[in-house]
Ligand binder design. Structure first.
Ligand SMILES: NC(=O)C1=CN([C@@H]2O[C@H](COP(=O)(O)OP(=O)(O)OC[C@H]3O[C@@H](n4cnc5c(N)ncnc54)[C@H](O)[C@@H]3O)[C@@H](O)[C@H]2O)C=CC1
Ligand SMILES: O=C(CO)COP(=O)(O)O
Length: 338
């Protein structure tokens, strides 16, 4: 990526994170065009400067415009930010790609692993768009959308195989409240982001069952060990998992009632079924799908991942949340560090 000639960013997806991240981008001096799947969301953003469905009560900067037309959103944009649910990325890309500028850089905000292919989101972009990996970045960290939208201070990681691209993107998203660090460990950042959602589901289940801080801290810590085990087997830098896209995001998501994944788990722990929970919310809880893909990815690579295995069993309705907690404690004793 050469130094940008323009300052327009297209954000594809007008959910909570796409909208909150647009505020960061606008604060950092970019002109932002958000593509919204539903026309009424685009109209609310343009007319009332508010995303009434996903971030009610937050006034959006006037540098943010929205459209239902992908061509209009992407016209003149040298940075293309993808913020749709992970499992819908592949089906959405063909709508976007014909309108992307030839030298544009892609940024994935998504935290999931594709069911079936077991690909990370940057791998899906690379494959479907036939795009070089050094033009695809990921942003991941402890970034709960509503807190970012309120401009509460937070840090994150922007990772790209090409360090220069990461540095250019870092400048484009460094605002008064948002501090991005660069990294070249795309794999570590993406796996950290996808995995923490599953651990947050598990922690939520424990909270829903009425357990306290010892239980949740134990799950967070063993969840991090499990994340690092798989990520390192696949080639990630272990220090990435100790950083913002690993431990940082894990702690934020597992601790916050704002987290959709933790809330989803909590409802399971309280006895609701998966179907009842899906019917009660429009927002995505990525871990409820990525538990299956991460489980398969771990199995394929011969990595033991009891938390991901058990969360998947609960989500598939083959195990209760109480049985899951009992099974963790009953596992064969072993050293903490292997
Ligand atoms: N909300 C947050 O705090 C954060 C979310 N993320 C990640 O960002 C990604 C997007 O999440 P959110 O914006 O939070 O989700 P959301 O549930 O708030 O919004 C999802 C958006 O995608 C649209 N959508 C739903 N199904 C679609 C489909 N089949 N095709 C196209 N668009 C569709 C919805 O209309 C909505 O605009 C996820 O991977 C999530 O893990 C990452 C960091 C923070
Ligand atoms: O990724 C997030 C915070 O960094 C948001 O988590 P949830 O998707 O669980 O709300």
């Amino acid at each position: 990526m050469s130094e940008p000639v323009g300052n327009k960013v297209a954000v594809l997806g007008a959910g909570s994170w796409g909208t909150a991240f647009s505020i960061v981008l606008a604060d950092a001096g970019n002109e932002v065009s958000i593509w919204a799947r539903r026309e009424e969301v685009a109209e609310a953003i343009n007319d009332g400067h508010e995303n009434t469905d996903y971030l009610p009560g937050i006034e959006l900067p006037h540098a943010i415009r929205s459209t239902h037309d992908p061509e209009e959103a992407l016209a003149g944009a040298d940075v293309v930010v993808l913020a749709v649910p992970s499992q819908s990325l592949r089906q959405n890309l063909p709508t976007f790609l014909p309108h992307v500028q030839p030298d544009a850089v892609f940024v994935s905000l998504m935290k999931g692993v594709e069911l079936g292919t077991l690909k990370r989101m940057t791998e899906v972009i690379e494959e479907v768009g036939d795009i070089r990996s050094d033009r695809i970045a990921v942003v991941s960290g402890p970034n709960l959308a509503r807190e970012i939208a309120r401009r509460e201070p937070a840090a994150s990681v922007v990772a790209c195989a090409d360090d220069d691209v990461a540095t250019i993107l870092q400048k484009r998203m460094h605002s008064q409240a948002f501090r991005p660090y660069t990294s070249i460990d795309v794999l570590g950042c993406e796996l950290g982001g996808a995995y923490k959602n599953v651990v947050a589901l598990c922690v939520g289940m424990a909270v829903g069952l009425g357990f306290g801080d010892n239980t949740t801290a134990s799950l967070i810590t063993r969840g991090l060990a499990e994340t690092a085990r798989l990520a390192m087997r696949l080639g990630a830098n272990p220090l990435t998992l100790m950083g913002l896209a690993g431990l940082g995001d894990l702690v934020a998501t597992c601790s916050s009632p704002l987290s959709r994944n933790r809330t989803f788990g909590e409802k399971l722990g309280q006895g609701m079924t998966v179907e009842e929970i899906y019917a009660s919310t429009r927002q995505v809880a990525e871990g409820a799908k990525s538990c299956s893909s991460l489980r398969a990815l771990a199995a394929k690579n011969g990595v033991e991942c009891p938390i991901v295995d058990s969360v998947d069993e609960v989500v598939q309705g083959r195990m209760t949340t109480s049985q899951m907690m009992e099974s963790f404690i009953a596992r064969n004793p072993k050293p903490e560090i292997e």
